[in-house]
Design a protein around this ligand. Structure first.
Ligand SMILES: CC(C)(COP(=O)(O)OP(=O)(O)OC[C@H]1O[C@@H](n2cnc3c(N)ncnc32)[C@H](O)[C@@H]1OP(=O)(O)O)[C@@H](O)C(=O)NCCC(=O)NCCS
Length: 233
């Protein structure tokens, strides 16, 4: 057998082996977009949907609707980076709030960095959208954003009982310190490079396109539902 024939035989064998493997259902692609002022109302709707237990896990205390509203009103998009994942129905199902704090503000972690600032992240995913990788993708986006902003330490604070978050943190290689029922996790990040810059810029462009598409589709559906034929159904 000469080389092209051999190559074809190997490729055919590989194709047959692949076809014999049980196929895992493909996970939908998750687009993480940086949010802005125009998303504030949907951010509020997102946080108000978190039940008391989730609010405790996310904010470290049981926030009332009023306090959640105040938190959303105070979000400063020019200072912090707030990332979101929209569902195909244009519902904000996942949010990551990345704030940059002076390193002295968190002494337990501040010693780990020589940079002026460190990144502090809080994540929430609506109960109906969990287990699909949205939380992990929000985490990854925050990490690459920190790298590109010359921040080398990403910090998270959570309850020590928050097994899902601790699983995500461990999977990302975070160092975790538990004390008094709480856990501090932090990740040392490698410096930015052209590839991390390009990766984030491309991801944001694609997410922006996806966002506009879902937004228009949602508006079109609203219009269609107002047509007499659909109104009476
Ligand atoms: C924590 C949270 C953001 C995770 O979101 P998510 O979209 O479900 O996360 P993902 O789907 O990316 O990952 C979940 C992972 O945790 C694992 N997991 C789920 N429940 C678990 C549990 N009880 N113990 C250990 N691991 C668990 C899943 O198997 C999955 O692991 P894998 O990626 O290795 O398969 C979400 O549960 C949430 O919003 N909780 C309330 C708020 C909160 O706790 N925020 C974190 C503190 S800031």
């Amino acid at each position: 057998m000469d080389s092209p024939e051999l190559l074809n035989a190997v490729l055919a064998g590989l194709a047959m082996t692949a076809a014999a493997q049980p196929q895992k259902p493909a996970k939908p692609t998750i687009r993480v977009k940086e949010l802005s002022e125009r998303d504030r109302r949907r951010l509020l709707m997102h946080f108000l949907q978190l039940d008391p237990d989730d609010r405790l896990l996310r904010f470290g205390s049981m926030l009332s609707d009023d306090l959640v509203t105040q938190y959303v009103q105070r979000l400063d998009f020019s200072r912090d980076s707030i990332f979101g994942v929209y569902s195909p129905r244009f519902e904000l199902v996942g949010v990551g709030h990345l704030a940059f704090a002076p390193r002295d503000a968190i002494p337990e972690v501040g010693a780990a960095t020589s940079k002026e600032r460190l990144g502090e992240l809080g994540i929430s995913v609506l109960a109906k959208a969990r287990g699909k990788g949205i939380g992990s993708r929000l985490f990854e986006r925050a990490a690459i954003h920190c790298r590109n902003a010359d921040v080398d330490t990403l910090y998270m604070h959570c309850l020590a009982t928050n097994r899902t978050m601790i699983h995500i943190a461990k999977k990302a290689g975070m160092e975790i310190h538990r004390m008094h029922g709480e856990a501090d996790a932090y990740l040392k990040l490698v410096p930015a490079d052209p590839s991390s810059m390009l990766q984030e810029a491309v991801a944001e462009q694609i997410a922006m396109f996806d966002y506009s598409f879902k937004k228009r589709a949602r508006a079109a559906m609203k219009l269609i539902r107002k047509l007499p034929k659909f109104k009476n159904e």
